[in-house]
Design a protein around this ligand. Structure first.
Ligand code: BGC
Length: 737
């Protein structure tokens, strides 16, 4: 539709219709036989509030959404199509590893391809917008939603944010093409830093910290063209983001130039009352629209209050018109006025959903994202000639996609046992359950509850496991936290493995010295004891539909483990937050130096995490040359190159993730000890060498100075290039401005 026609459409809409566009309800409320129950009913939402809603969320399926669209459009006074939205976070039916694992791949180009596949599947099933990527930088693994983040580096998170947006929206951003979806960057801003890691808690971050660490990935998503942004639930420095003109209207829109649609988080407008920011739903609606929230997701506030607020003159109709214009523009960009189904249909679904190409790529992404944390005596890769016992609750588990994979079908998931058997690795493999994932507890999800008791055959299972372990040459322990122990509303204070799994591991490690522990989790766990009991540790996070296949490929050496730590694994939860890009102190601690008292350290534990950022082993063995720089000085506008030669001195072909870190030696504000600024992946055969060449631009040197100017300050910088954030392989240059 031309812009002129779209304007004319807006001008012809009644106030009630316009407010409707700003209301989003769950898809089931627009189905023929809808009834409103649960929290929405408790909050007073009625079917009449949903009649003109401009968008729905949470359901998918080409036929189902087509029926809703047809009925809705027929009844709508202007026959305006609905927007169909949902959380497609790391895949639709072909579920890729969780975003934290995709971050660990350190390979945005692969992630872009994966999200292109996710969009193709979801769009074929009738969806138009996904509430993704979540670009909240994270430092606290107690928070359950770290699984949805890419990690602790602003640079890496930014590259992943761009990859996600381009994957969903296409590199050219043409949303009208079938198979494309609109991205929705979330949560703006600071949701990734809830105080004490407790879900929904407020965030306290200085402006400097927000700008240096939390905003860059958001800016990257905006620059990559995300069509929507979701302001965060929580308050930042005392102000609820949903009601903050400073955060939404001034920062997001005026300063960062975001022109797309803003969508509140689930019922966040209504929650302004509980937060103590609004007296009632009427004031909440007023605050939210004034702050710049275009769509109210699942609270009664806009549906109930906005019309009255405009009619009484308390809210300017101009604000409604601006919001509706942006919503109609998004519908138009998606081509919904021409094809309200956006190319979806059962034929398209059959062709794309879980197709071989997607499953193969998901399998590859598993291998690219699992992190080999330890591999003593090269116990991995396993030999298929030797007897291997696979023990633990994750051997046969299909619950490996994580709590956000809302469209998954468990039957599609390849378990570890299946991966081993179907990969042709299983001729000498034994499999035992060992124990359940949890015991004597209950976990809650969205509308689900899982209750774990104590099994009657508990001792028998342990006995079988120990017998298998005794007979085997090596043991693979498949252990982990439950999938409902991470994700939204799943903060944990104790981030170790469940107790009975830990006990099983202790016992097995006493009867077999070649224990390889495969850890399934939605967060970096405290793995200190796991590591002590194991010769090898492989962190696989929640690997998705093809998890078992990809993990088996890595265990038996068909693929080299490709992941690197993108969020530090703490030595103990007591260190949290522990991350690589912390500031230099005036009293640095040198663990290799002489004992000193008045330095920045703990008396009872190390400063460093157990596994630091960037770290990860492969089946290769890489030697780095020293860093060579193209010049020792750099003037404004110039570019330097920094290079290393990397040689694979091992016996297996492998990918090496070459990382470039910068350190600004002196500046007007204290600088991080290391900042990741570049990654190059080299695939090297045994004996082969490759060169990694990086460009260093002035942009990469910029910091937020004391007066909150973003600029490169003249001075000395060190460039480090190595295989993780601890590398000392560096060279210095002077930036002269
Ligand atoms: C989450 C959002 C999500 C929304 C819709 C909320 O609880 O915080 O990230 O997009 O639900 O499902």
């Amino acid at each position: 539709m031309t812009e002129e026609k779209l304007r004319a459409l807006l001008d012809s809409m009644s106030l009630e219709e316009k407010v409707g566009q700003m209301v989003q309800v769950t898809g089931a409320f627009l189905e023929e036989d809808a009834v409103i129950t649960g929290p929405a009913a408790d909050a007073g939402l009625e079917l009449s509030d949903c009649r003109l809603a401009g968008s729905i969320l949470g359901i998918a399926g080409a036929d189902r959404l087509k029926r809703i669209q047809e009925r809705y459009m027929e009844e709508h006074p202007h026959h305006i199509p609905l927007l169909m939205m949902a959380d497609v976070i790391h895949g639709y039916r072909t579920v890729f590893p969780i975003p934290l694992a995709l971050g660990a791949s350190f390979q945005p180009e692969l992630v872009e391809k994966a999200m292109g596949m996710a969009a193709e599947e979801a769009a074929s099933a009738g969806l138009h917008v996904t509430f993704s990527p979540m670009t909240d930088l994270v430092r606290d693994p107690r928070w359950g939603r770290v699984l949805e983040s890419f990690g602790e580096s602003p640079w890496l998170d930014s590259r992943m944010a761009e990859a996600y947006v381009r994957g969903y929206q296409g590199a050219d951003g043409d949303l009208s093409r079938p198979g494309r979806m609109s991205a929705c960057d979330k949560h703006f801003v600071g949701y990734g830093a809830p105080v004490a890691g407790r879900e929904y808690n407020h965030a306290e971050l200085s402006e400097h910290t927000v700008r240096e660490f939390h905003l860059p990935p958001k800016i990257a998503a905006i620059k990559a063209g995300t069509a929507c942004v979701m302001p965060a639930f929580q308050s930042l420095n005392g102000e609820p983001c949903t009601a903050s003109e400073k955060i939404v209207r001034k920062l997001l829109r005026d300063e960062l130039g975001f022109e797309g649609v803003t969508i509140s988080d689930w019922s966040a407008v209504g929650e302004l009352v509980a937060q103590g920011a609004a007296a009632d739903t009427r004031e909440a609606a007023k605050l939210a629209i004034e702050a710049g929230i275009d769509i109210d997701m699942m609270s009664v506030c806009y549906a109930r209050e906005l019309k009255g607020l405009v009619e009484s003159g308390e809210v300017e109709e101009r604000l409604v018109d601006e919001a509706v214009w942006r919503i109609l523009t998004l519908k138009n960009r998606l081509g919904l006025f021409e094809d309200p189904f956006h190319g979806s249909g059962t034929e398209a679904e059959k062709k794309t959903v879980l197709c071989q190409e997607h499953r193969d790529f998901a399998r590859k992404m598993v291998a690219e994202s699992v992190i080999l944390l330890k591999n003593e005596d090269s116990v991995l890769p396993l030999s298929r000639e030797k007897k291997t016992a696979f023990i633990g609750p994750y051997v046969d588990s299909t619950d490996t996609c994580g709590s956000w994979a809302i469209f998954q079908n468990r039957e599609d998931t390849v378990t570890l046992r299946r991966g081993v058997a179907e990969g042709g690795y299983g001729e000498n493999a034994l499999f035992c359950h060992g124990c359940d994932v949890l015991e004597n507890t209950r976990v809650l999800g969205f509308g689900v509850e899982e209750v774990f008791g104590q099994r009657e055959d508990r001792d028998e299972l342990v006995k079988q496991a120990l017998k298998a372990a005794e007979e085997a040459d090596a043991v693979v322990m498949a252990l982990g936290e439950h999938t409902l122990q991470s994700g939204e509303a799943a903060s944990r204070g104790d981030i170790t493995l469940p107790a009975q799994q830990m006990e099983l591991l202790r016992q097995v490690s006493r009867v077999n010295s070649n224990v390889i522990t495969v850890v399934y989790s939605g967060r970096p766990l405290d793995l200190r004891e796991v590591s002590a009991c194991s010769k090898a540790v492989l962190a696989v996070f929640l690997p998705g539909t093809m998890g078992g296949a990809g993990i088996a490929d890595v265990l038996f050496g068909a693929a080299s483990p490709g992941g690197r730590v993108s969020m530090s694994f703490p030595w103990s939860a007591a260190q949290i937050p522990v991350y690589h890009n912390d500031y230099s102190t005036g009293r640095p601690y040198d663990p290799a130096g002489a004992e000193q008292k008045f330095v920045s350290r703990y008396l009872d534990m190390p400063n460093s995490p157990l596994y630091p950022f960037g770290y990860g082993l492969t089946y290769g063995s890489f030697r780095y040359s020293s860093v060579t720089l193209s010049a020792e000085t750099m003037k404004a506008g110039e570019v330097l190159t920094a290079a290393v030669t990397v040689t694979n001195e091992g016996t297996a072909a492998a990918k090496e993730t070459v990382q470039l870190y910068l350190h600004d030696e002196k500046a007007t504000t204290v600088r991080p000890r290391r900042e990741l600024k570049g990654v190059k992946c080299l695939y090297l055969q045994p004996g082969e060498s490759g060169e990694a060449v990086f460009r260093i631009t002035e942009e990469m040197l910029k910091i937020w100075d004391r007066d909150m100017n973003f600029l490169a300050e003249p001075g000395t910088f060190t460039v480090y290039i190595g295989s993780d954030s601890r590398t000392e392989n560096g060279a210095g240059f002077r930036y002269e401005g």
